[in-house]
Design a protein around this ligand. Sequence first.
Ligand SMILES: NC(=O)c1ccc[n+]([C@@H]2O[C@H](COP(=O)([O-])OP(=O)(O)OC[C@H]3O[C@@H](n4cnc5c(N)ncnc54)[C@H](O)[C@@H]3O)[C@@H](O)[C@H]2O)c1
Length: 428
Amino acid sequence: MDRIITAVLVGAGNRADVYATAAEKYPDKIKIVGIVEPDAARRELMREKHRVPEENCFSSVEEFVAREKFADAVINGTMDSLHVKTSLPTLERGYDLLLEKPFAVNEGEMRALCECAERCGRRVVICHVLRYTDFYRAVKAASAEIGSIISVEMCEHVNYHHMAVSYVRGKWRSEKICMAPMLLAKSCHDIDIMLWMMRGVRPVSVASFGSDFQFGRERKPEGAGSRCMADCKFVDDCIFSAKSNYLSAVRWGQYVWRCLDGEEATDERKAESLRTDNEYGRCVWDFDRDGNVDHQTVIVNFENGAVGSFSMIGGSAKSERNIHIVGTRGEVKGTFEDSRFVVRKMAPDTKAGYTETVHDLRVGGDMIGARGGHGGGDEHLVLDFVDYLNGHEASESCATLRDSMMSHLTVFRAEEARRLGAVVSIWR
Ligand SMILES: NC(=O)c1ccc[n+]([C@@H]2O[C@H](COP(=O)([O-])OP(=O)(O)OC[C@H]3O[C@@H](n4cnc5c(N)ncnc54)[C@H](O)[C@@H]3O)[C@@H](O)[C@H]2O)c1
């Protein structure tokens, strides 16, 4: 019979909280028994939520690994640039690892983590949650029926308010702050899905184009202020207005009100913070962009001659992920948020020349509803990790370090290709 897997959260932020929710829902499968978090308020919140003993709570990884191993695994939900630094000591201490993406922010870090995991004989799974969604699982299954894949075309539209809160005002706004360009921070998931659909056919080279189209000081509207709610005459008209996005429409609270942690976040206090010291109250055109992009296209050449293309477009009205896979006998085409796709098969005897089957999964795509985040993907991922640690075969969705390494390398090379304006080989 399977054991209850015990886990320590390293970085008790938004994502760790999402994964730890599985422990509340499935107490017979996973239990949170330790917390490593430098922020005392967050540590205490999570400690109470999971009734973790005081002696198993730490403010640093160094303190944590100074103790003998007392759990099966670590769930690492720290920010991008801390993933490798905080994971290496835990692997050395003998913990298996569920690690957020991007698991490394450059090739050197990536190789250091792979080497360490291999040397220590630890199992590492990367949180490529899209692989666990009903939509992408069903699309992949359907793509087995369309002959050999010639092309995978993918697109991710990041809506304007998500773009502004995360990649302009927020934690991923510049490489100087998070160490990850937008393609890596936002879309390593999508490149992972492209490679996953190709079932082990290796990417060999990559080209990429992209730039910052909408943001940067030079595009600031004349007469705009520095803070929406303090000095800007466009406060009620601008699509990026902090007032309309964070107060009237109450979006992205987990990021915007972080600065009020520990205080009573009344509407007055929120408005005051946006007027004064809250980063999310600043004009979107006033941030240093450090060469980051708001849109980028990647073209991948595979070893068998197939091609993949992916476009990340920040600033659309609605967020949406599209995929269109063309094979030698048919095609699969769908939209994640609609949880709907069609399979067309070549049929020369028919009037149209093809048959078409509609698959409507009716699961609501990326909505956080009864099925949990990423269309249920977050929860499936944790349960699969538990199975894996219990000695079951890795599932088809499971992204081991080796799998994820291929997509991370493709992203690193794509970013290099964009900056150089050249076609770049992936393996060298
Ligand atoms: N898989 C997905 O779909 C998905 C979605 C969103 C974000 N992410 C990724 O998840 C990660 C976390 O994002 P988040 O929004 O939850 O971040 P967060 O800021 O809410 O959480 C990070 C936590 O780490 C803590 N921390 C900082 N330094 C630490 C250290 N040295 N040791 C331990 N803890 C430390 C912080 O205090 C914070 O509580 C990011 O890498 C992000 O890119 C993944």
